[in-house]
Design a protein around this ligand. Structure first.
Ligand SMILES: [Zn+2]
Length: 305
């Protein structure tokens, strides 16, 4: 079976066909296509209709936000014009193909399981936001559990989180606030981020030179990630952390030893071996977001059973 998978991020629409054979699923990189973000269903249609052909068996979306019954978009952070739309029904009616909509992290974690073969792991996106899902015995523990929104700061002036609550890991340690912190500390040290440069890249350069504020940010982030992993590993016997996202790509290679040190300190007493055996790895793949395409295909296939 061939399913067209659609990854609908803030930067645009990316589609890729996947081939499903039994329970196996693989991406077909030669079918990858990209377009800019859509601002209406007409623009959405203008891009998608070019990818439709007679050989397709279905369509599967990986979309950020809250989705009702694999169909209705309740809260799409990449463009709220889509909120309230039954995207699955619209797509099915438009192209005549069985369509389901999945949360993007649900799809990504499902694809991570397929690409890595890990059965007990935390799948996580470290990017402008944090997304996370736990797999145990090869199954997702709870497709709705957004672990980036655990509370870490209980003080009255805790930072607001994009979800509307306050003091969450994501609101403090994900990319949006980290960029703010980099600007703040760099300016305070009279070393402002050069115009046009990505703050994360500047942070990396300053860290390589052992600049004190950059080292402090890495240490602070390592502690945040380490204590978060400690909370999760205290609750679930995971063997691995599989990550994706630009923040993880930049920071994890530098921060891995400190993250593990803080995680060991933070985990429930007696469970330290869970951290000792924890493997932290970037998600494999030959094309960008391959895990999302593969995962969307598997989720589609499981839903049609
Ligand atoms: Zn939150």
């Amino acid at each position: 079976m061939i399913v067209l998978t659609v990854d609908t991020g803030g930067n645009g629409i990316r589609t890729c066909e996947v081939e499903i054979d039994g329970q196996k699923c693989r991406a077909l990189p030669e079918t990858l296509s990209e377009s800019g973000p859509a601002r209406s269903l007409e623009e959405w249609d203008a891009h998608l209709s070019r990818q439709i052909h007679a050989g397709l068996d279905g369509i599967s979306y990986a979309a950020a936000g809250v989705i009702e019954q694999n169909n209705k978009m309740l809260d799409w952070p990449n463009g709220h014009w889509l909120d309230g739309t039954e995207l699955g029904t619209w797509t099915k009616d438009r192209y005549g193909l069985l369509t389901y909509v999945f949360n993007d992290m649900e799809a990504a974690a499902t694809g991570m399981a397929e690409l890595t073969g890990e059965a007990n792991f935390l799948g996580v996106t470290f990017s402008s936001g944090w997304g996370a899902r736990v797999f145990l015995n090869g199954r997702m523990v709870d497709s709705a559990a957004e672990l980036g929104h655990l509370t870490v700061d209980y003080t009255p002036n805790a930072l607001p989180c994009p979800c509307g609550k306050v003091g969450h890991y994501e609101g403090i340690f994900a990319g949006v606030n980290m960029r703010r912190e980099i600007h703040k500390l760099a300016s305070r040290a009279n070393m402002p981020v050069p115009a046009g440069m990505e703050p994360g890249q500047y942070l990396d350069q300053m860290y390589a030179k052992n600049v004190i504020w950059a080292v402090a940010i890495y240490d602070w982030w390592s502690r945040g990630v380490g204590l978060w992993l400690a909370a999760i590993a205290s609750s679930f016997p995971i063997d691995a952390v599989v990550y994706k996202g630009s923040q993880g790509k930049y920071m994890i290679p530098h921060c891995r030893p400190k993250i593990l040190e803080y995680a060991t300190g933070g985990i429930i007493g007696g469970l330290e071996p869970r951290i000792e055996r924890l493997r932290i790895m970037e998600t494999p793949g030959n094309i960008l977001n391959e895990e999302s395409f593969v995962g969307a295909g598997i989720c589609w296939n499981q839903t049609t059973w």
